[in-house]
Design a protein around this ligand. Structure first.
Ligand code: GLV
Ligand code: MN
Ligand code: MN
Ligand code: MN
Length: 425
């Protein structure tokens, strides 16, 4: 089957989507900040719906804003083949993370339509809400709810951590954005999709280093998130003498270094680099240069291919912080945000991707995704796999994130061929 990807149009659309941003311009590249349910996110969604409507695709939105763009197949009652990703972007990010899977998915569907073929199964593009944890502290909000992984009531009561002034919850924020209705209705039936495929930039440097243009993801590492609140005793930075201090930030610093030490030790013990741990935010109260910090809130992101090893790192960290809290006379509270299992790709879809690559003369690399993606949760309700394309220097979550138009078009072509095969099954 002859399938032509319109690489120029796809590049233009990626650039156009990058204009919906509230990031400060950056000399490093195209800076994008697009936090879920902000004006920019809502305008970007409307623009995408416009592109889908031009093609005559059916559009549906659910109560959390997941958007379903369907090209109806010859047998509309058969489970569809799904593809998609996210368009939200963390603060000061680049323009390819997630967007390549959404606009690439749209272009793959358009290319299949242009080829004149019709398929038994519908092909459906999903824009998934809030893959990034920026606003509500938990990633993959849309796909967690679709797959029944997150309790709808708990989700609706999660606090808006970005616009804390508003004291809003997800329920308030989504309603204000026009996404009303019961979150419980978001959940999909198991086997709603015959297959699910997500195209994404690698966000690492392995493909580039090995000179390979396509990665086939065979598994996705298991992420977890924790929030720590460290409460000490504040006071005047001049008058509160050192022997009397119970400085929350000093205790937090020891905790951060303990996390790093145990993650490094886990890697050394297993002779891998599979454990990664990051404290990416640190809120200091009251946050004045002449005031001893009385309270600190840290957010930890910890991931591993082996969830048992991830938990054993946490156990070691717990021993350390009990000791730190006693010695420094502070309180350390730990709150679990999420602890997810890893996901495996479906052998059948991996074989389909292998066959497509062979047909197109591409040698792919089988690889683990160390970043998480909505596919981690789609795997709970559908057989999944992912297609990775190289990104320059492995850089991601930064304005200088870059994938070449050729690599994006190639990934989109592989996606289109694989969707065609799966939709014909
Ligand atoms: C999601 O963007 C992740 O942090 O892997
Ligand atoms: Mn991301
Ligand atoms: Mn992403
Ligand atoms: Mn991601």
């Amino acid at each position: 089957m002859k399938i032509d990807i319109d690489a120029a149009r796809l590049s233009e659309e990626l650039a156009e989507l990058a204009r919906f941003t509230h990031a400060e311009p950056s000399p490093e590249g195209t800076a994008v900040t697009r936090v879920v349910f902000t004006e920019d996110d809502l305008r970007a969604r409307a623009w995408l719906r416009g592109l889908a409507a031009e093609e005559g695709f059916a559009i549906r939105e659910d109560a959390v804003g997941n958007t379903f763009i369907r090209w109806v197949g010859i047998e509309p009652d058969l489970p569809a083949v799904g593809t998609g990703s996210h368009i939200d972007a963390i603060p000061h990010a680049g323009m390819y993370d997630g967007t390549v899977g959404v606009l690439g998915g749209l272009e793959a569907m358009r290319a299949l339509k242009r080829s004149g073929q019709r398929f038994r199964r519908s092909i459906e593009l999903l824009l998934l809400t809030s893959e990034e944890p920026t606003r509500f502290g938990i990633g993959c909000l849309g796909s967690r709810l679709l797959s029944g992984t997150l309790d709808p009531q708990r989700a609706d009561s999660m606090n808006d951590t970005v616009d804390a002034e508003s004291q809003g919850t997800l329920s308030d924020v989504r309603n204000a954005a026009g996404f009303t209705g019961d979150l419980a209705s978001v959940r999909l039936e198991p086997r709603f999709y015959h297959a699910w495929l997500e195209l994404h930039i690698e966000q690492g440097a392995l493909l580039e280093r090995e000179g390979l243009p396509i990665g086939i993801v065979t598994s996705i590492a298991a992420p977890a998130g924790y929030r720590f609140t460290i409460s000490g005793f504040g006071g005047h930075a001049g008058a509160l003498l050192m022997p009397d201090r119970r400085d929350a930030l000093c205790a937090a610093s020891e905790l951060i270094l303990s996390i790093e030490r145990h993650a490094l030790a886990a890697n050394a013990a297993s002779d891998t680099s599979d454990t990664v741990a990051t404290v990416g935010t640190c809120g200091v109260f009251p946050g004045a240069v002449n005031s001893v910090p009385s309270r600190v809130v840290l957010q930890l992101d910890i991931r591993d291919t082996d969830p048992a090893r991830r938990e054993s790192v946490m156990q070691s960290v717990r021993c350390d912080y009990t000791e730190i809290a006693g010695r420094r006379r502070v309180q350390i509270e730990e709150e679990l945000v999420n602890a997810d299992a890893p996901a495996q790709s479906a052998p059948h879809i991996v074989e389909t991707l292998d066959a497509v690559c062979a047909e197109l003369g591409i040698s792919p690399k089988k690889m683990v995704s160390r970043a998480y993606h909505d596919s981690l949760f789609m795997a709970r309700i559908a057989p999944i796999a992912m297609i990775f394309i190289p990104c320059r220097g492995g850089v991601s979550h930064r304005p200088d994130e870059h994938s070449s138009p050729e690599d994006i078009a190639r990934g989109t072509l592989v996606l289109a061929h694989a969707l065609a095969r799966l939709a014909a099954e």
